[in-house]
Design a protein around this ligand. Structure first.
Ligand SMILES: Cc1cc2nc3c(=O)[nH]c(=O)nc-3n(C[C@H](O)[C@H](O)[C@H](O)COP(=O)(O)OP(=O)(O)OC[C@H]3O[C@@H](n4cnc5c(N)ncnc54)[C@H](O)[C@@H]3O)c2cc1C
Length: 394
């Protein structure tokens, strides 16, 4: 499907072409895409077709799946560009990459044919059900949804929420307790549940700030029966599988946040160069120059931290400290930069006439999903308290 990308010149060329595609093709369609409905569906379908024919499709996926085979490090640069638009990942086949990685790693040949191939082709979307309203999502060992093997079927009962995208997904990877007598990290298994299975009900799409189209679903599961072979990976390994999915997932978020922050930064600079008040342009005022310098420093620090984590993962490291560091640091950077860009725009910044207001609302999620800030700081601190030089580069 894609060219084989292997050297620095290829990457530089891809960056240039990706920037052109996101800026000139995707961003001009944002208003249509945000409105939803048939026009949005048609616009997205056209973008996907164009991305495929431009050789920009699924560049971070392994080659054997029809992807571009880029290392995480190389993909980090591209994903930042893709992340400039909320719709970038979907348009270029890079949405939910953590789910493809999970299926690639743990899926059987039949599961891959049924779910992974169409996922990489952009024909279906996945969703993931970990979080439950009754218990703290930041401690997934508390999950209460159960799956019991009856004959050759899993029978699932439970209640999930914030199953993002379930209303447009072909399936949910549902994390359920299957081994009640095991130790707390060995109780759970991952089971692929097609969203149309009887007993799988989307009770509501939970309205949230920044989610204009509605994608965060509350789901009840009542005697949902799926074949035993829908188990993903081994029984009792659900917690491990979730962790392996979340690691790269957090890095993908951080790359995307860099794109959002960079776009907000460019909007801030552009406006500061044009808006005149109290005898000079905004960009000539020390206070505004401080916003610009601080934002540039925060973006660059987060970029280098993201690349550092990507490089460690490429080298086979779990990079738990690097990932946790960039997750809470990147989320704060994202908020700060968009906040300053809004401030520089004055009243215009809080209107829907620029993308900043939506970006700001979405940025607030970043401190919560895939683990709240506090949990990531706890991970970092616990590990570094045991080994204070563990994260130093020597
Ligand atoms: C936009 C968005 C999309 C999401 N998509 C999905 C999805 O697709 N699938 C899915 O399964 N889930 C999803 N989630 C859920 C998300 O992963 C959980 O919200 C997150 O793990 C936190 O769980 P919780 O909301 O139950 O908060 P809780 O675990 O109840 O935590 C509440 C607060 O307690 C504090 N806290 C928690 N632990 C500690 C600690 N150890 N030390 C100090 N303070 C602590 C934090 O301030 C935290 O915000 C999504 C959430 C959002 C906002």
């Amino acid at each position: 499907m894609n060219q084989n990308v292997s050297n620095a010149a290829d990457i530089a060329d891809l960056k240039l072409r990706m920037r052109g595609f996101i800026n000139d093709r995707v961003i001009p369609e944002e208003t249509t895409l945000l409105a939803g409905g048939d026009a949005a569906r048609d616009a997205m379908a056209a973008l996907k077709t164009d991305a495929k024919s431009a050789g920009l499709w699924a560049l971070g996926h392994p080659e054997e799946l029809g992807g571009g085979g880029l290392s995480l490090m190389d993909f980090a640069y591209l994903n930042e560009i893709i992340g400039r638009s909320h719709f970038g990942q979907m348009a270029v086949g890079s949405v939910s990459m953590q789910d493809s990685i999970m299926l690639h790693r743990y899926g059987t040949a039949e599961q891959k044919a049924a779910w992974l191939d169409p996922l990489v082709a952009g024909d279906i979307y996945p969703s993931v059900g970990l979080t439950e309203p009754e218990v703290a999502g930041s401690d997934p060992t508390l999950m209460q949804t159960t799956a019991v093997l009856e004959g050759d079927s899993w029978v699932i009962n439970g209640h999930k929420w914030f199953t993002t995208g379930a209303n447009s997904a072909a399936f949910t990877t549902m994390f359920c307790e299957t081994e009640p007598d095991a130790q707390r990290h060995g109780k759970f298994s991952a089971i692929i549940v097609p969203t149309g299975t009887p007993g799988y009900t989307i009770d509501r799409v939970v309205r949230t700030m920044g989610d204009t189209l509605g994608s965060h679903c509350e789901i009840s599961l009542k005697d949902v029966r799926v074949p035993a072979e829908n188990l993903l990976g081994e029984r009792g390994k659900g917690f491990l599988i979730a962790q392996k999915r979340l690691g790269p997932g957090r890095i993908f978020h951080c790359m995307r946040w860099l794109g959002q922050a960079q776009r907000a930064f460019e909007l801030m600079c552009d406006y500061a160069n044009r808006r005149y008040a109290h005898g000079s342009l905004l960009g000539e005022k020390g206070e505004i120059q401080r916003y610009i310098a601080e934002s540039a420093a925060e973006i660059q620090a987060a970029r280098l931290m993201t690349l550092d984590a990507a490089q460690a993962i490429d080298a086979g490291d779990e990079a738990r400290v690097q990932i946790a560091l960039i997750k809470f640091w990147g989320a704060r950077m994202l908020h700060n930069v968009i906040d300053r860009a809004i401030q520089v725009h004055g009243a215009l910044g809080v209107t829907e006439d620029t993308p900043l207001a939506l970006m700001y609302r979405e940025a607030r999620y970043a401190r919560i999903y895939d683990g709240p800030d506090e949990v990531h700081r706890m991970t970092v601190a616990r590990r570094l308290l045991k080994d204070p030089v563990g994260n130093a580069p020597w």
